[in-house]
Design a protein around this ligand. Structure first.
Ligand SMILES: C[S@@+](CC[C@H](N)C(=O)[O-])C[C@H]1O[C@@H](n2cnc3c(N)ncnc32)[C@H](O)[C@@H]1O
Length: 345
């Protein structure tokens, strides 16, 4: 099968559908857009023509992966399809980000307070969607291991903040099978999915907003806190970090597993490409509503860079702050932040 042809054609269909069905920025009606496409095409022909010339190729394509149609010169037509997708997806990203504050768009966007309710609606599809993300569970387990509780967490009480359908809870359980795990989420739909799974009696689920844990009845001190894909969703992350620090016993660790791409342009580009070619179309098709997934894309672009978030943790009073990044396609995109409440001397 000519895989490159299929992938390039699908990418064009996805980007055109994203504009016509969901974004509706009007980009295709803009003269500037078509002039941009022509300028890019001009440069692409010169550069691509030199790279793919069959007399002395720099880039060689497997014959089975392409249609075999090459023009002008020896350029495979698939390159033009894929180039169109890259340019259009990038411009759509810019245009839709620029109009983020526009009143006509606001009603189609989520703000932080609406996030748990949006997860209610997506809860039934959440597990299938994360199962399609290579390395999702492996990366969660790698982060959970950073908690580093001795003897499988025997005698320890651990908080899983923003537990969702229990993926992060399962990662915690695998690393600390003897700990008492309190798993908290603000979405009743996600919690219902989590509770429906099979758990040992040491795991309990609590419905609470992360911003107001004490008001929702969550008391006591914890030997570790894990927050996977939560902090970016909060309007006031500093307040959450202060509340978490107060819940931790002195010397206990906080591990935050989170997307962070602000420090790196290549990772921002990869993140946008993954979102617009896979996550947003798949999420929209399976839940019937793209907003949670366009929100995901935007919230990650807006969130702190890794250095910024480490500083935020230090400002919140945590010590021994460090971070590492995940493996595979998530490298440079998903990070594990490790910090401790200072010990009493
Ligand atoms: C992307 S899911 C992550 C779930 C799980 N930790 C995992 O790793 O798969 C984020 C979860 O955070 C929850 N959440 C978002 N904002 C919240 C808030 N302010 N308070 C409590 N939960 C919140 C959502 O309901 C959702 O279940």
């Amino acid at each position: 099968m000519p895989e490159y042809l299929v992938a390039a054609a699908v990418s064009v269909a996805v980007v055109v559908a994203a504009e016509l069905v969901w974004l509706r920025t009007g980009l295709f009606r803009s003269r500037g857009y078509w002039i941009t496409v022509l300028i890019v095409l001009g440069f692409q022909i010169v550069v691509d023509g030199w790279l793919t010339k069959l007399s002395d190729p720099v880039v060689i394509y497997a014959d089975w992966a392409i249609s075999g149609v090459r023009a002008p010169w020896d350029i495979p037509i698939e390159d033009f399809l894929f180039g169109f997708t890259l340019v259009t997806a990038t411009l759509l990203g810019w245009v839709s980000a620029r109009t983020a504050e526009g009143a006509s768009k606001r009603r189609t966007r989520l703000d932080a307070s609406a996030v748990p309710a949006a997860f209610d609606a997506a809860a039934s599809r959440y597990d299938a969607l994360v199962a399609a993300s290579p390395g999702y569970h492996r990366a969660l387990r790698a982060s959970a291991r950073r908690i580093g509780l001795p003897v499988g967490g025997a005698g320890a009480r651990v908080l899983d903040l923003g537990c969702g359908t229990g993926a992060s809870t399962a990662a915690l359980l695998a690393c600390a099978p003897h700990a008492q795990i309190v798993a908290v989420d603000g979405s009743t739909g996600m919690l219902a999915r989590a509770r429906a799974k099979s758990w040992p009696p040491s795991v309990t689920f609590v419905h609470a907003q992360a911003e107001a844990l004490r008001q929702w009845g969550l008391e006591g001190s914890f030997d570790a806190v894990f927050a996977a894909y939560l902090v970016r969703n909060l309007a006031e992350p500093d307040e959450l970090l202060a509340a978490v620090r107060a819940l931790l016993r002195p010397g206990a660790p906080l591990v935050v597993h989170e997307y962070s791409v602000r420090d790196s342009l290549p990772h921002r580009v990869i993140w946008s490409l993954v979102c617009w070619s896979l996550i947003i179309p798949m999420g929209a098709v399976s839940t019937g509503d793209p907003r949670l997934f366009t929100y995901l894309w935007r919230s990650v672009l807006r969130f702190d860079g890794a250095a910024q978030f480490r500083n935020r943790l230090r400002r919140a009073g945590f010590t021994e702050v460090d971070s590492s990044t995940a493996r595979g396609w998530q490298h440079g995109i998903v990070h594990t932040f490790h910090a401790r409440r200072e010990a009493i001397r």
